[in-house]
Design a protein around this ligand. Structure first.
Ligand SMILES: O=C(CO)[C@H](O)[C@H](O)COP(=O)(O)O
Length: 235
């Protein structure tokens, strides 16, 4: 099976929230494919960020698909509000969902693409039963809660395992990686099997957002042996 074109999703967690519309315009004009929005409740993760009103405001200033990552306890309680606010993807944690299949159906019933994600210490086995139902799998390559952390090296093996599971199931779900993704490791992450690279500090802490996005895309398409990556092929 061929793979989707590599997507770059800047995470606004590292943007200047006082100038959010400008920051979003800069990454959109700079070639971003998606916008990644981290929702944190101060309970599932030790940080607080944005809710549905902010997503609704973001929806008005960009055409980029909104990739909303719910780092919250009881995500079922807020799925409707984020769907109405304009999320294109809603991704929930397997650790936060005792009835994961029901939660995924809630998301899809609202016309939103459904993603599932797992923390670094959570086994890929937790994905086995839900894979046929999801549009996206997100591998957290840092412990969620904060931007600017170091990529956990063991994440590469996890990405490879999930890539193999998706390919074996002939799944069309996208494989996204989030946490410590930089220009320097983008090739390894894509080689391991990623379709979507989330990057916060790498982009928003750089002087040239467009240049960083371009460099990350080029790195992701350049395999170690110099060949073009599988991710450059559309399915
Ligand atoms: O989900 C997240 C943190 O929980 C962020 O999306 C992620 O950490 C991106 O930041 P960076 O690229 O700086 O690591």
């Amino acid at each position: 099976m061929t793979r989707s074109t590599l997507k770059i999703a800047p995470s606004i967690l590292s943007a200047d929230f006082a100038r959010l519309a400008d920051e979003i315009a800069r990454v959109e004009q700079g070639g971003a494919d998606w916008l990644h929005v981290d929702v944190m409740d101060g309970h599932f993760v030790p940080n607080l960020t944005v809710g549905p009103p902010i997503v609704e405001s973001i929806r008005k200033v960009t055409r980029l698909p909104l990739d909303v990552h719910l780092m919250v306890t009881n995500p079922d309680d807020c799925i409707g509000a984020f769907a109405e606010a304009g999320a294109d993807y809603l991704t929930v944690h397997v650790e936060a969902c005792p009835h994961l299949h029901r939660t995924v159906q809630f998301i899809k019933e609202r016309g939103v693409k459904a993603g599932v994600t797992l923390n670094p210490a959570t086994s890929v086995v937790t994905l086995e039963e839900i894979l046929p139902d999801v549009d996206l799998v997100l591998v957290m390559s840092v412990n969620p809660g904060f931007g600017g952390q170091q990529f956990i090296p063991g994440s590469l093996d996890k990405i490879k395992k999930i890539r193999a599971m998706l390919d074996q199931a002939r799944s069309q779900a996208l494989l996204e990686v989030d946490g410590g993704v930089k220009v320097d490791n983008a090739a390894q992450v894509v080689e391991a099997g990623a379709d979507v690279l989330v990057a916060g500090s790498a982009i928003f802490c750089s002087a040239d957002y467009a240049g960083t996005i371009k460099a990350m895309r080029e790195a992701g398409h350049a395999m170690p042996d110099g060949s073009r990556g599988r991710s450059s092929v559309s399915r």
